[in-house]
Write a protein that binds this ligand. Structure first.
Ligand code: ASP
Length: 353
């Protein structure tokens, strides 16, 4: 075992112990060997506290799990202060917001997705209509916008003034070899100094839910990597990467560096690991280890060999257990279980620092 792998293993084991304390008390063993849950179990990325609360409330009131998680993430898609999702999301390198989303409905095994969709605040709803009203799973770009228009979705400029200013700052500082210059220091290399503070940013909401009857659904929605090349599509709208639901096993989703998740079919890998007996938390860690292994690019590794990016997986199993894990320590995720909504710590591969 090399040093990176060995240390990762020790830390993973330690993280496992901590997260092991988090087993939900709402799970009761049932006679058939599965488990009975007393209420909905909903998990989401850290920005989804309101979303899990909303989804759990709706499932408690009898709503379908997919309608519930979509209504949950709509709160974030419509929130201009979340710069990683929907309206107010950070734009591509041309200053245009392009959104990605997919949905998956466990009971019917159906899925829908849109990618690089412009001008529509709630791509998750468009993805649901793709699922319900077409024979396709995925529609992208101009076709997705035309499809949304045909279904009466309102078109808006998704670039808020705040997001535009953040993008403009990036535009003016990411290179000192072009004609864009900052107001502070128009004559020399301000760009070079400011560049360090301005990193590309990720951010997304994934939300997966389990109803007491055993049905599962999930949704992932995002504005994707900030300042991406126009047309770039991440993991979020890809069934099996940013989201996967199997009504017999569980549901999983991801946030973070989409390129890394796509390469290992991330969410599908998590669900398959659960199918083969791993707990949700261990399944998330197993998928992250696979990302570790498949990150061969030097530019994506720190000096100590560890990945210089983060990915998080979130999962809920058919029996009501749930978990999440990140490559790096310090992450939280949103949970509704036992009738309560809260943040819980993600397990992790590596301690930051
Ligand atoms: N996974 C998203 C993407 O790569 C971004 C994120 O979750 O931060 O587009």
């Amino acid at each position: 075992m090399n040093d990176v792998t060995r240390r990762g293993f020790i830390q993973t084991a330690a993280a496992g112990t901590v997260a092991g304390l988090l087993a939900p008390s709402s799970v009761r063993a049932a006679a058939n060997g599965s488990a009975a849950i007393s209420g909905p179990v909903v998990v989401a990325s850290a920005n989804g506290l309101g979303a899990v609360d909303k989804a759990a409330g709706m499932i408690g009131g009898g709503s379908d799990t997919l309608d519930a998680v979509i209504a949950g993430v709509n709160l974030v898609e419509e929130d201009p202060s979340d710069h990683s999702v929907g309206y107010g999301g950070l734009p591509n390198e041309d200053g245009v917001v392009e959104l990605d989303s997919c949905v998956m409905h466990g009971p019917t095994c159906r899925a829908g997705s849109v990618a690089a969709l412009r001008n529509i605040k709630t791509p998750s709803r468009v993805a649901q209509v793709v699922m319900q009203r077409t024979d396709h799973v995925m529609i992208v770009g101009e076709g997705a916008l035309r499809f949304a228009r045909a279904h009466g979705f309102e078109e808006v400029n998704l670039l808020t003034d705040d997001a535009r200013k953040i993008w403009l700052r990036w535009k003016e500082t990411h290179s000192n070899r072009d004609d864009w210059i900052t107001p502070e220091d128009p004559n020399d290399g301000a760009g070079a100094d400011a560049r360090a503070e301005l990193q590309y940013t990720y951010g997304t909401i994934n939300c997966c839910a389990l109803a007491p009857g055993g049905d599962l659904s999930g949704v992932t929605t995002t504005s994707g990597l900030s300042y991406k090349i126009p047309g770039r599509v991440g993991d979020s709208p890809i069934i099996g990467a940013g989201l996967y639901v199997d009504n017999e096993v569980g549901a999983a989703g991801s946030t973070g560096r989409g390129e890394a998740v796509i390469k290992i079919c991330g969410a599908h890998t998590v669900v398959e690991e659960m199918r083969h007996g791993l707990s949700p938390k261990e399944a998330c860690l197993a998928a992250l280890r696979r990302i570790e292994k498949t990150t061969t690019e030097k530019r994506l590794r720190r000096k100590d060999g560890r990945p210089n990016f983060d990915v998080k997986f979130y999962a809920v199993a058919k029996d009501g257990r749930y978990g999440a894990a990140a490559i790096w320590s310090g992450a939280k995720y949103s949970v509704h279980a036992d009738g309560k909504t809260r943040h819980e710590p993600c397990a992790f591969l590596y301690q930051r620092g």
